[in-house]
Design a protein around this ligand. Structure first.
Ligand SMILES: Cc1ncc(COP(=O)(O)O)c(C=O)c1O
Length: 399
Protein backbone atom coordinates (compact mmCIF):
# COMPACT_ATOMS: atom_id res chain seq x y z
CA UNK A 1 0.00 0.00 0.00
CA UNK A 2 1.48 3.33 -1.04
CA UNK A 3 1.60 6.04 1.63
CA UNK A 4 2.44 8.77 -0.87
CA UNK A 5 -0.79 10.75 -0.66
CA UNK A 6 -0.48 14.09 1.08
CA UNK A 7 1.94 16.90 0.35
CA UNK A 8 4.82 15.76 -1.87
CA UNK A 9 8.32 16.82 -0.89
CA UNK A 10 10.87 17.64 -3.55
CA UNK A 11 14.22 16.85 -1.94
CA UNK A 12 16.31 17.29 -5.08
CA UNK A 13 19.11 19.87 -5.29
CA UNK A 14 17.12 22.37 -7.30
CA UNK A 15 14.67 23.44 -8.27
CA UNK A 16 13.85 23.51 -4.61
CA UNK A 17 10.65 23.70 -2.58
CA UNK A 18 8.84 27.00 -3.13
CA UNK A 19 7.44 28.71 -0.03
CA UNK A 20 3.71 29.40 -0.05
CA UNK A 21 4.60 33.04 0.57
CA UNK A 22 6.51 33.12 -2.73
CA UNK A 23 3.77 31.31 -4.61
CA UNK A 24 1.11 33.62 -3.17
CA UNK A 25 3.15 36.70 -4.04
CA UNK A 26 3.27 35.49 -7.65
CA UNK A 27 -0.41 34.65 -7.81
CA UNK A 28 -1.81 37.93 -9.07
CA UNK A 29 -3.17 39.61 -12.17
CA UNK A 30 -0.72 40.96 -14.74
CA UNK A 31 0.81 44.11 -13.27
CA UNK A 32 1.58 47.43 -14.94
CA UNK A 33 5.19 47.42 -16.14
CA UNK A 34 5.43 51.18 -16.69
CA UNK A 35 4.64 52.53 -13.23
CA UNK A 36 3.51 51.40 -9.81
CA UNK A 37 4.55 48.69 -7.38
CA UNK A 38 6.67 46.64 -9.78
CA UNK A 39 8.74 49.58 -10.93
CA UNK A 40 9.04 50.98 -7.42
CA UNK A 41 10.33 47.75 -5.95
CA UNK A 42 13.45 47.49 -8.16
CA UNK A 43 15.87 49.61 -6.11
CA UNK A 44 15.07 47.68 -2.94
CA UNK A 45 15.21 44.36 -4.79
CA UNK A 46 18.65 45.14 -6.19
CA UNK A 47 19.89 46.23 -2.76
CA UNK A 48 18.62 43.00 -1.18
CA UNK A 49 20.16 40.91 -3.97
CA UNK A 50 23.50 42.52 -3.22
CA UNK A 51 23.01 41.89 0.49
CA UNK A 52 22.41 38.17 -0.07
CA UNK A 53 25.82 37.94 -1.78
CA UNK A 54 27.34 40.22 0.87
CA UNK A 55 28.43 42.90 -1.57
CA UNK A 56 28.04 46.64 -1.94
CA UNK A 57 29.18 46.49 -5.56
CA UNK A 58 27.15 45.56 -8.68
CA UNK A 59 24.49 43.07 -9.68
CA UNK A 60 23.00 42.27 -13.08
CA UNK A 61 19.71 40.36 -13.43
CA UNK A 62 18.84 38.15 -16.42
CA UNK A 63 15.82 36.19 -17.53
CA UNK A 64 17.78 32.95 -17.57
CA UNK A 65 18.62 29.73 -15.79
CA UNK A 66 22.08 28.94 -14.47
CA UNK A 67 23.44 28.19 -17.92
CA UNK A 68 22.30 31.64 -18.98
CA UNK A 69 24.02 33.20 -15.97
CA UNK A 70 27.22 31.33 -16.90
CA UNK A 71 27.00 32.70 -20.41
CA UNK A 72 26.28 36.21 -19.17
CA UNK A 73 29.43 36.06 -17.06
CA UNK A 74 31.52 34.42 -19.79
CA UNK A 75 30.70 36.87 -22.56
CA UNK A 76 31.34 39.84 -20.32
CA UNK A 77 34.58 38.49 -18.86
CA UNK A 78 36.32 37.22 -21.98
CA UNK A 79 37.53 38.19 -25.40
CA UNK A 80 38.02 35.49 -28.00
CA UNK A 81 41.38 33.80 -27.43
CA UNK A 82 41.62 34.80 -23.74
CA UNK A 83 42.70 32.14 -21.30
CA UNK A 84 40.82 30.86 -18.23
CA UNK A 85 41.92 28.56 -15.42
CA UNK A 86 39.07 26.26 -14.49
CA UNK A 87 39.05 24.43 -11.15
CA UNK A 88 36.94 21.33 -11.60
CA UNK A 89 35.39 19.36 -8.72
CA UNK A 90 32.37 17.96 -10.52
CA UNK A 91 30.13 18.13 -13.51
CA UNK A 92 29.15 21.77 -13.12
CA UNK A 93 32.74 22.99 -13.03
CA UNK A 94 33.25 21.05 -16.24
CA UNK A 95 30.12 22.56 -17.74
CA UNK A 96 31.07 26.18 -17.11
CA UNK A 97 34.54 25.58 -18.55
CA UNK A 98 33.15 23.81 -21.61
CA UNK A 99 30.80 26.70 -22.28
CA UNK A 100 33.76 29.10 -22.16
CA UNK A 101 35.66 26.81 -24.58
CA UNK A 102 32.68 26.77 -26.92
CA UNK A 103 32.77 30.57 -26.92
CA UNK A 104 36.39 30.58 -28.09
CA UNK A 105 38.15 30.89 -24.73
CA UNK A 106 41.26 28.81 -24.12
CA UNK A 107 40.63 26.88 -20.91
CA UNK A 108 43.28 25.22 -18.77
CA UNK A 109 41.43 22.89 -16.42
CA UNK A 110 42.74 21.40 -13.20
CA UNK A 111 40.61 18.43 -12.27
CA UNK A 112 40.54 17.73 -8.54
CA UNK A 113 38.43 14.61 -8.91
CA UNK A 114 34.91 13.99 -7.65
CA UNK A 115 35.49 13.33 -3.98
CA UNK A 116 37.19 16.38 -2.60
CA UNK A 117 37.76 20.13 -2.90
CA UNK A 118 40.16 22.33 -4.81
CA UNK A 119 43.74 22.31 -3.49
CA UNK A 120 44.69 25.99 -3.34
CA UNK A 121 48.42 25.14 -3.52
CA UNK A 122 47.92 23.68 -6.98
CA UNK A 123 46.06 26.82 -8.02
CA UNK A 124 48.92 28.99 -6.82
CA UNK A 125 51.42 26.79 -8.70
CA UNK A 126 49.39 27.00 -11.91
CA UNK A 127 49.27 30.78 -11.66
CA UNK A 128 53.00 31.03 -10.93
CA UNK A 129 53.53 29.03 -14.11
CA UNK A 130 51.83 31.87 -16.01
CA UNK A 131 54.29 34.72 -15.46
CA UNK A 132 52.96 36.66 -18.42
CA UNK A 133 49.54 36.83 -16.76
CA UNK A 134 47.69 35.28 -19.70
CA UNK A 135 45.09 33.72 -17.42
CA UNK A 136 42.35 36.30 -17.24
CA UNK A 137 39.90 34.56 -14.94
CA UNK A 138 39.95 31.70 -12.46
CA UNK A 139 36.62 29.82 -12.62
CA UNK A 140 35.57 28.17 -9.37
CA UNK A 141 32.37 26.38 -8.35
CA UNK A 142 31.64 27.03 -4.68
CA UNK A 143 29.35 24.01 -4.36
CA UNK A 144 29.41 21.50 -7.18
CA UNK A 145 25.90 20.10 -6.99
CA UNK A 146 26.92 16.84 -8.65
CA UNK A 147 29.47 15.88 -6.00
CA UNK A 148 28.24 18.06 -3.09
CA UNK A 149 31.74 19.36 -2.53
CA UNK A 150 32.19 22.77 -0.92
CA UNK A 151 35.20 24.72 -2.12
CA UNK A 152 37.05 27.32 -0.06
CA UNK A 153 36.58 30.53 -2.03
CA UNK A 154 38.75 32.65 0.28
CA UNK A 155 41.62 30.14 -0.03
CA UNK A 156 41.51 30.38 -3.83
CA UNK A 157 41.58 34.18 -3.60
CA UNK A 158 44.59 33.90 -1.27
CA UNK A 159 46.31 31.60 -3.79
CA UNK A 160 45.79 34.12 -6.59
CA UNK A 161 47.19 36.89 -4.40
CA UNK A 162 50.11 34.76 -3.19
CA UNK A 163 51.07 34.12 -6.82
CA UNK A 164 50.91 37.87 -7.44
CA UNK A 165 48.66 37.12 -10.39
CA UNK A 166 46.17 39.65 -11.80
CA UNK A 167 43.49 37.04 -12.67
CA UNK A 168 39.91 37.77 -11.70
CA UNK A 169 38.11 35.27 -9.46
CA UNK A 170 34.72 34.13 -10.77
CA UNK A 171 32.57 31.84 -8.61
CA UNK A 172 29.54 29.70 -9.49
CA UNK A 173 27.19 30.08 -6.51
CA UNK A 174 24.19 28.57 -8.29
CA UNK A 175 23.80 25.83 -5.68
CA UNK A 176 25.26 27.65 -2.70
CA UNK A 177 23.74 31.17 -2.69
CA UNK A 178 21.54 31.51 0.38
CA UNK A 179 22.71 28.13 1.73
CA UNK A 180 26.46 28.18 2.32
CA UNK A 181 28.25 31.25 3.66
CA UNK A 182 29.38 33.44 0.78
CA UNK A 183 31.10 36.80 1.23
CA UNK A 184 31.59 38.49 -2.14
CA UNK A 185 33.34 41.62 -0.86
CA UNK A 186 35.21 40.20 2.14
CA UNK A 187 36.57 37.26 0.12
CA UNK A 188 37.68 39.41 -2.81
CA UNK A 189 35.42 37.78 -5.40
CA UNK A 190 35.18 39.55 -8.76
CA UNK A 191 32.26 37.77 -10.40
CA UNK A 192 29.60 35.48 -8.89
CA UNK A 193 26.77 33.77 -10.72
CA UNK A 194 23.59 32.30 -9.34
CA UNK A 195 20.00 31.55 -10.27
CA UNK A 196 16.59 31.81 -8.67
CA UNK A 197 15.58 28.19 -8.21
CA UNK A 198 17.69 26.88 -5.35
CA UNK A 199 18.57 28.72 -2.15
CA UNK A 200 16.63 31.74 -3.40
CA UNK A 201 13.39 29.71 -3.47
CA UNK A 202 11.86 31.16 -6.66
CA UNK A 203 10.91 29.15 -9.77
CA UNK A 204 13.64 28.69 -12.39
CA UNK A 205 13.90 31.67 -14.71
CA UNK A 206 16.09 34.35 -13.16
CA UNK A 207 19.89 34.43 -13.37
CA UNK A 208 22.11 36.79 -11.39
CA UNK A 209 25.66 38.00 -11.92
CA UNK A 210 27.37 40.02 -9.21
CA UNK A 211 30.36 42.01 -10.48
CA UNK A 212 33.13 43.84 -8.65
CA UNK A 213 33.98 47.39 -9.71
CA UNK A 214 37.38 46.01 -10.68
CA UNK A 215 35.88 43.37 -12.98
CA UNK A 216 33.63 46.00 -14.57
CA UNK A 217 36.73 48.00 -15.41
CA UNK A 218 39.01 45.12 -16.45
CA UNK A 219 36.30 43.67 -18.72
CA UNK A 220 35.26 46.95 -20.31
CA UNK A 221 36.69 45.92 -23.67
CA UNK A 222 35.77 42.20 -23.70
CA UNK A 223 34.85 41.42 -27.27
CA UNK A 224 32.64 38.38 -26.67
CA UNK A 225 30.06 40.71 -25.13
CA UNK A 226 26.73 40.99 -26.92
CA UNK A 227 24.10 43.68 -26.28
CA UNK A 228 21.54 41.52 -24.52
CA UNK A 229 24.02 40.11 -21.98
CA UNK A 230 25.99 43.33 -21.43
CA UNK A 231 26.34 43.60 -17.66
CA UNK A 232 27.18 47.29 -17.70
CA UNK A 233 23.70 48.13 -18.99
CA UNK A 234 22.01 45.69 -16.60
CA UNK A 235 23.95 46.73 -13.55
CA UNK A 236 23.58 50.44 -14.20
CA UNK A 237 19.96 50.39 -15.35
CA UNK A 238 18.54 53.90 -15.19
CA UNK A 239 15.09 52.93 -16.46
CA UNK A 240 13.00 49.99 -15.34
CA UNK A 241 13.10 48.01 -18.62
CA UNK A 242 16.91 48.19 -18.71
CA UNK A 243 17.03 45.87 -15.71
CA UNK A 244 15.86 43.07 -18.02
CA UNK A 245 16.83 44.20 -21.51
CA UNK A 246 13.14 44.28 -22.45
CA UNK A 247 9.87 43.11 -20.89
CA UNK A 248 10.27 42.36 -17.20
CA UNK A 249 9.73 38.84 -15.80
CA UNK A 250 6.83 40.32 -13.86
CA UNK A 251 5.75 37.45 -11.63
CA UNK A 252 9.25 36.22 -10.94
CA UNK A 253 10.03 39.68 -9.61
CA UNK A 254 7.16 39.43 -7.14
CA UNK A 255 8.36 35.98 -6.13
CA UNK A 256 11.94 37.14 -5.70
CA UNK A 257 10.82 40.16 -3.70
CA UNK A 258 9.05 37.84 -1.27
CA UNK A 259 11.89 35.33 -1.01
CA UNK A 260 14.45 38.05 -0.31
CA UNK A 261 12.12 39.49 2.32
CA UNK A 262 11.93 36.04 3.93
CA UNK A 263 15.72 35.69 3.90
CA UNK A 264 16.24 39.11 5.42
CA UNK A 265 13.49 38.58 8.01
CA UNK A 266 15.20 35.38 9.12
CA UNK A 267 18.64 36.97 8.85
CA UNK A 268 21.25 35.70 6.44
CA UNK A 269 23.51 34.40 9.21
CA UNK A 270 20.59 32.42 10.61
CA UNK A 271 19.74 31.10 7.14
CA UNK A 272 23.30 29.80 6.81
CA UNK A 273 23.22 28.35 10.35
CA UNK A 274 19.91 26.59 9.62
CA UNK A 275 21.36 25.03 6.49
CA UNK A 276 24.44 23.98 8.45
CA UNK A 277 22.44 22.19 11.14
CA UNK A 278 20.13 20.49 8.67
CA UNK A 279 23.06 19.40 6.50
CA UNK A 280 24.80 17.94 9.56
CA UNK A 281 21.60 16.05 10.37
CA UNK A 282 21.66 14.48 6.90
CA UNK A 283 25.34 13.57 7.23
CA UNK A 284 24.72 12.02 10.66
CA UNK A 285 22.00 9.80 9.20
CA UNK A 286 24.22 8.62 6.35
CA UNK A 287 27.11 8.01 8.71
CA UNK A 288 24.87 5.83 10.91
CA UNK A 289 23.49 3.96 7.89
CA UNK A 290 27.03 3.39 6.64
CA UNK A 291 28.21 1.99 9.98
CA UNK A 292 29.18 -1.63 9.24
CA UNK A 293 27.60 -1.26 5.78
CA UNK A 294 30.30 -0.53 3.20
CA UNK A 295 27.61 -0.24 0.51
CA UNK A 296 26.61 3.18 1.90
CA UNK A 297 28.93 6.19 2.09
CA UNK A 298 28.87 9.96 1.79
CA UNK A 299 30.66 11.13 -1.35
CA UNK A 300 32.70 13.76 0.50
CA UNK A 301 34.53 12.24 3.44
CA UNK A 302 35.82 15.49 4.98
CA UNK A 303 33.00 17.38 6.75
CA UNK A 304 34.81 20.69 6.15
CA UNK A 305 34.46 20.14 2.40
CA UNK A 306 30.78 19.21 2.40
CA UNK A 307 28.09 21.52 1.03
CA UNK A 308 25.23 22.71 3.23
CA UNK A 309 22.87 22.74 0.25
CA UNK A 310 23.07 19.16 -1.02
CA UNK A 311 24.47 15.80 0.00
CA UNK A 312 25.67 13.23 -2.53
CA UNK A 313 26.02 9.64 -1.40
CA UNK A 314 26.78 6.21 -2.73
CA UNK A 315 24.36 3.37 -2.09
CA UNK A 316 25.77 0.45 -4.02
CA UNK A 317 24.03 -0.20 -7.30
CA UNK A 318 21.24 -0.68 -8.02
CA UNK A 319 20.06 0.30 -4.56
CA UNK A 320 20.34 4.09 -4.86
CA UNK A 321 17.83 3.99 -7.70
CA UNK A 322 15.63 1.45 -5.93
CA UNK A 323 15.58 3.61 -2.83
CA UNK A 324 14.78 6.78 -4.79
CA UNK A 325 11.91 5.05 -6.53
CA UNK A 326 10.56 3.63 -3.29
CA UNK A 327 10.68 7.01 -1.53
CA UNK A 328 8.77 8.67 -4.37
CA UNK A 329 6.12 6.06 -5.05
CA UNK A 330 5.59 4.77 -1.51
CA UNK A 331 6.11 7.89 0.56
CA UNK A 332 5.87 11.04 -1.59
CA UNK A 333 9.52 12.14 -1.28
CA UNK A 334 11.52 12.81 -4.45
CA UNK A 335 15.28 12.43 -4.04
CA UNK A 336 17.94 13.62 -6.49
CA UNK A 337 19.47 11.34 -9.07
CA UNK A 338 23.19 10.68 -9.22
CA UNK A 339 24.65 13.18 -11.64
CA UNK A 340 27.92 13.24 -13.47
CA UNK A 341 29.46 10.39 -11.53
CA UNK A 342 28.98 8.05 -14.47
CA UNK A 343 27.07 8.20 -17.73
CA UNK A 344 23.36 7.44 -17.40
CA UNK A 345 23.74 4.12 -19.19
CA UNK A 346 26.51 3.02 -16.83
CA UNK A 347 25.22 0.74 -14.05
CA UNK A 348 27.01 2.90 -11.47
CA UNK A 349 24.36 5.49 -12.25
CA UNK A 350 22.13 3.41 -10.00
CA UNK A 351 24.60 3.53 -7.15
CA UNK A 352 24.46 7.21 -6.35
CA UNK A 353 21.85 9.69 -5.18
CA UNK A 354 21.61 13.20 -3.83
CA UNK A 355 19.49 14.76 -1.12
CA UNK A 356 18.70 18.44 -1.61
CA UNK A 357 18.46 20.51 1.56
CA UNK A 358 18.48 23.99 0.12
CA UNK A 359 16.24 27.00 0.58
CA UNK A 360 12.83 26.50 2.15
CA UNK A 361 13.72 23.54 4.36
CA UNK A 362 13.18 23.03 8.04
CA UNK A 363 13.77 20.34 10.62
CA UNK A 364 10.54 18.46 10.06
CA UNK A 365 11.11 18.30 6.30
CA UNK A 366 14.63 16.94 6.75
CA UNK A 367 13.72 14.51 9.53
CA UNK A 368 10.72 13.41 7.47
CA UNK A 369 12.88 12.83 4.40
CA UNK A 370 15.43 10.89 6.42
CA UNK A 371 12.69 8.88 8.12
CA UNK A 372 11.27 7.93 4.75
CA UNK A 373 14.73 6.96 3.50
CA UNK A 374 15.29 4.77 6.55
CA UNK A 375 11.92 3.10 6.01
CA UNK A 376 12.89 2.53 2.38
CA UNK A 377 16.21 0.97 3.37
CA UNK A 378 14.27 -1.43 5.58
CA UNK A 379 11.51 -2.17 3.08
CA UNK A 380 14.02 -2.90 0.32
CA UNK A 381 16.28 -4.89 2.65
CA UNK A 382 19.26 -2.74 1.71
CA UNK A 383 22.03 -3.48 4.21
CA UNK A 384 22.46 -0.48 6.52
CA UNK A 385 23.49 0.48 9.99
CA UNK A 386 20.73 1.36 12.45
CA UNK A 387 19.84 4.64 14.06
CA UNK A 388 20.16 7.08 11.14
CA UNK A 389 17.07 9.07 12.07
CA UNK A 390 17.99 9.04 15.75
CA UNK A 391 21.44 10.40 14.87
CA UNK A 392 19.86 13.14 12.78
CA UNK A 393 17.42 13.97 15.58
CA UNK A 394 20.35 14.40 17.97
CA UNK A 395 21.85 17.00 15.60
CA UNK A 396 18.53 18.81 15.36
CA UNK A 397 18.22 18.69 19.15
CA UNK A 398 21.62 20.35 19.39
CA UNK A 399 23.55 17.30 20.54
C1 LIG B 1 26.49 24.51 -9.39
C2 LIG B 1 25.60 24.60 -10.60
N1 LIG B 1 26.01 25.31 -11.66
C3 LIG B 1 25.24 25.43 -12.75
C4 LIG B 1 24.01 24.83 -12.84
C5 LIG B 1 23.20 24.97 -14.08
O1 LIG B 1 22.02 25.67 -13.77
P1 LIG B 1 20.71 25.52 -14.68
O2 LIG B 1 20.32 24.09 -14.63
O3 LIG B 1 19.73 26.43 -14.01
O4 LIG B 1 21.05 25.97 -16.05
C6 LIG B 1 23.54 24.08 -11.76
C7 LIG B 1 22.24 23.39 -11.82
O5 LIG B 1 21.93 22.51 -11.07
C8 LIG B 1 24.36 23.97 -10.61
O6 LIG B 1 23.95 23.27 -9.55
Amino acid sequence: MSLAQGRQILAIPGPSVMPDRVLNAMHRAAPNIYAGALVDMMPGLRADLKAVARTAQNVAIYIANGHGAWEAANVNMFSRGDKALSLVTGRFGEGWAQQARDLGVEVEAIDFGRKGPVDANRVEAALRADPGGRIRVVLLTQVDTATSVLNDVAAVRAAIDAAGHPALLAVDCIASMGCDRFEFDAWGVDVAVSASQKGLMVPPGLGFVWVSDKAMEVCRTSNLRTPYWDWTVRARASEFWMNFGGTAPTHHIYGLRESLTMIHEEGLDHVWARHDTLARAVWAAFEAWGEGAPNIALNIADPAARARAVTAARIAEPDATRLRQWCETEAGVTLGIGLGMAPPDDPRWHGFLRVGHMGHVNAHMILGTLGVMEAGLQALKIPHGTGGVAAAARVVAGG
